[in-house]
Design a protein around this ligand. Structure first.
Ligand code: SF4
Ligand code: SF4
Length: 289
């Protein structure tokens, strides 16, 4: 049964991070600005919750871009589910690159129990190189969050080669905040191996509150949950996950959640389904030469 979904409310961003895999030439052609009726999606989710008496449906307003570029729309979507947020039936979150956040936005998220995480790659010299010199801006947003909530927000950090080389310093950077850190494995051209990533996570866990999932995603240190209980909305379609927008969609966005039954081959869920598919495509390409 589906009890988790992410909705990409836009496909645009005000940054151009060096490792962004959403806006690479290969992925960009799959990311269109097709209008998506998010109220219909939210209605479907509400019906699904009521039908199955789901106690907590986890909903991320996260996707292929910077969500706060479309804050007014996000504001309306959150208000639309405010009853479910208030009674805890929906647990909502979003993630920002931290450059556009204001106190007013943070007050609104707090009032509606929508959590907001910040993407920050630890040390300024690494973050600035990879994330468009925005370290100071993001820290300012994090301080603003503290002034509104009296605690630090959860943070997301992408682990690539530079961070592996400065693992202890990176962990020390996050330690004073005392908040939950989600590390994700860098993929794409500069990717690190799963083994390197897990070694880093094991080290980080000794000092930090690190988010680790079960059947969620190998990018976050869990197992691949593709095709299980989690879906991703973008481009007016439903995909297996946010990284699978270049694989065939599993349905149109307006499809009721009940009707979804992606046919998944058996595969090792300690590995990434999409990477497995890509490897298969490569082998088929080689064989057809
Ligand atoms: S902030 Fe996120 S979506 Fe925007 S360019 Fe950076 S990694 Fe990509
Ligand atoms: S297919 Fe890969 S990116 Fe998608 S959920 Fe599975 S492990 Fe994560």
């Amino acid at each position: 049964m589906i009890d988790r979904a992410c909705i990409s409310i836009n496909n645009r961003c005000n940054l151009n991070c060096a490792y962004c895999h959403f806006h690479t030439p290969e992925k960009t052609k799959f990311l269109t600005e097709t209008k998506m009726d998010i109220y219909t999606i939210l209605d479907n989710i509400k019906q699904h919750i009521a039908h199955y008496d789901i106690q907590q449906f986890k909903l991320g307003f996260v996707g292929n871009g910077e969500v706060l570029l479309d804050y007014d729309a996000l504001h309306s979507y959150i208000e639309y589910i405010s009853d479910e947020l208030a009674d805890g039936r929906i647990s909502a979150y979003t993630i920002t690159n931290g450059t556009l956040v204001t106190e007013k936005m943070l007050q609104f998220f707090k009032a509606h129990k929508c959590s907001i995480g910040f993407s920050i790659d630890g040390l300024p010299e690494i973050h600035n190189k990879l994330r468009c010199n925005t370290h100071a801006e993001v820290l300012h947003g994090i301080e603003l969050y503290y002034s509104v909530n009296r605690c630090f927000p959860s943070m997301n950090c992408t682990v690539g080669r530079e961070i592996l080389d400065r693992a202890d310093d990176t962990i020390a950077f996050f330690e004073p905040f005392g908040s939950r850190i989600t590390f994700s494995r860098m993929i794409g051209k500069e990717k690190i191996s799963l083994k390197e990533f897990h070694n880093f996570l094991n080290k980080a866990r000794q000092k930090l509150h690190v988010r680790t999932g079960g059947y969620d995603c190998t990018m976050y240190g869990g197992k691949c949950g593709a095709g299980m209980n989690n879906i991703f909305y973008a481009n007016n379609k439903i995909y297996l996950c946010g990284n699978c927008v270049d694989l065939p969609a599993i349905a149109e966005a307006a499809a009721p959640l009940d009707s979804l039954s992606p046919h998944m081959p058996v595969f090792d869920r300690n590995t990434c389904y999409r990477e497995n598919m890509n490897n298969c495509f490569q082998v088929l390409k080689e064989e057809s030469k």
